[in-house]
Design a protein around this ligand. Structure first.
Ligand code: AMP
Ligand code: GLY
Length: 427
């Protein structure tokens, strides 16, 4: 079967790597892809926002499945338009993608389905926002309703910080995403990412991970898309997974099905493990980036077969998903300046030396310029390794990071610290 993969980051490189291993795979195409993906797939210069062009491409290349990596094309209705033309798609419809596209949509669904999450209020003007802040106290969580590339959340420690955040959001600092706000109570606990494959009805657990959102060692500095991740997250015990399934994911999928807008694709639940149990922080309608990279390293099942089963509504017959018992860890090598304005064009050499250390180096933001590989984005490479423990995976990953020559890049040196502290405590 021929497959078209939409996207161009490290997440999509990891998906391409795993998809390419499937015995069901015919020809893999990627749009727009990146130089790492180009080693596994034929790249197509397609704009995912041009749905007509994507449909024509699928027809010309006999595409049997379209896998959509990032959220924006899903929120934009790409999956709906492809399905309307009879194509199979891995990824939710425009309305189901509102789980990520609108925080207010998700909060309202949580209320309806009694899903544990932070108390909240929606506010579309300053007066309402201030009233909600007074109600919840500090720290308070202020969120732009729409997609804001992971940057639309402010945790305000004081009324002054809250006022600043409101100024920014209501002054259009997040464009249309900030036209409506969600104000939430602050939840205490450790965060974990939990993934599940969904085909409208059946929900198949697909592993856990933890990422590191802050740019600096010791979780300091501004938020990023994620500077590294590891899987599994041992804090997320089978008992917690069962509760998350019963109390959060299954009721969500049921509610969407009852509304006539069933969810299909990967569902990524950001959970807070509170003293009262797991609570939903947010949903994403795609794989996490870089969480996907560690999940793919550990996945033993046929990814293409699973994605096809999800797209066809046949997950109930797909059996369970097999992951290696090994741990996987990924370190993001970013361009200096990230998450602000990253330095572009910096030369990258020695990826093969990193691979020789036993890691896999996924391309996240690279480009070939005059025959040389250079940085083309904020997050540039994802150096990913397996090990019998997170500690072992971390050692291999950093040996590989040190073998790659990327002078205008940087990475955190403490990816995995929570898990490693847990291993040390257990002696
Ligand atoms: P979100 O985009 O909703 O995931 O928010 C980004 C980050 O803000 C999350 O990963 C959490 O670290 C934090 N966060 C969001 N909502 C809350 C909350 N209600 N309580 C505590 N932290 C939160
Ligand atoms: N790493 C966080 C995310 O993909 O949203």
């Amino acid at each position: 079967m021929n497959v078209l993969l939409i996207g161009s980051g490290g997440r999509e490189h990891a998906l391409a790597w795993k998809l390419a291993q499937s015995p069901l795979m015919g020809k893999l195409h990627a749009a727009p892809g990146n130089p790492g993906i180009a080693e596994l797939a034929e790249l197509a210069p397609l704009d995912p926002a041009d749905h007509r062009a994507v449909i024509d491409f699928c027809r010309r290349h006999s595409i049997g499945l379209v896998v959509v990596g990032p959220e924006a094309p899903l929120v934009d209705g790409l999956a709906d338009n492809l399905r309307a033309m009879g194509l199979l798609v891995f990824g939710p419809s425009r309305i189901a993608a509102q789980l990520e596209g609108s925080k207010g949509f998700t909060k309202e669904l949580c209320t309806r389905a009694s899903i544990p999450t932070a108390r909240y209020a929606r506010a579309s003007d300053r007066l309402a926002a201030e009233a909600a802040l007074e109600d919840f106290g500090f720290p308070a969580v202020i969120k732009a309703d729409g997609l804001a590339a992971g940057k639309g959340v402010v945790i305000a420690a004081s009324p002054e910080e809250a006022a600043e955040a409101l100024d920014l959001m209501f002054d259009g600092g997040f464009g249309a995403a900030g036209e409506a706000l969600v104000i939430e109570e602050f939840m205490e606990g450790e965060e974990v990412s939990f993934f599940a494959l969904v085909d409208g009805e059946t929900v198949l657990p697909f592993g856990s991970a933890q990422d590191h959102k802050r740019v600096g060692d010791g979780d300091t500095g501004p938020n990023t898309g994620g500077m590294g991740a590891y899987s599994p997250a041992s804090i997320f015990t089978p008992e917690l997974e069962r509760r998350a399934m019963d109390e959060i994911l299954l009721p969500t999928v049921r509610a969407l099905a009852q509304d006539g807008t069933p969810y299909s694709g990967i569902l990524y639940a950001g959970l807070m493990l509170t003293t009262e149990g797991p609570k939903l922080v947010e949903y994403n309608v795609r794989f996490g980036d870089p969480e996907c990279q560690v999940l793919m390293m550990r996945l033993e099942s046929d990814l293409l077969a699973l994605m096809l089963a999800a797209a066809k509504g046949e997950l109930a017959d797909a059996g369970s998903v097999r992951f290696s018992d090994a741990a996987a860890l990924t370190v993001v090598m970013a361009a200096q300046g990230y998450p602000g304005t990253p330095a572009k064009g910096g030369a990258i050499e020695g990826i093969d030396r990193g691979m020789a250390e036993g890691a896999f180096v996924f391309h996240a933001g690279t480009r070939v310029e005059d025959g040389r590989l250079v940085a083309a984005g904020g997050r540039v490479l994802n150096v990913t390794a397996l090990g019998s423990t997170v500690l072992e995976a971390q050692r291999t990953a950093y040996r590989a990071v040190d073998a790659v020559d990327f002078p205008t890049g940087f990475s955190r040196r403490d990816i995995g610290w929570r898990e490693i502290a847990r291993i040390r405590r257990q002696g």
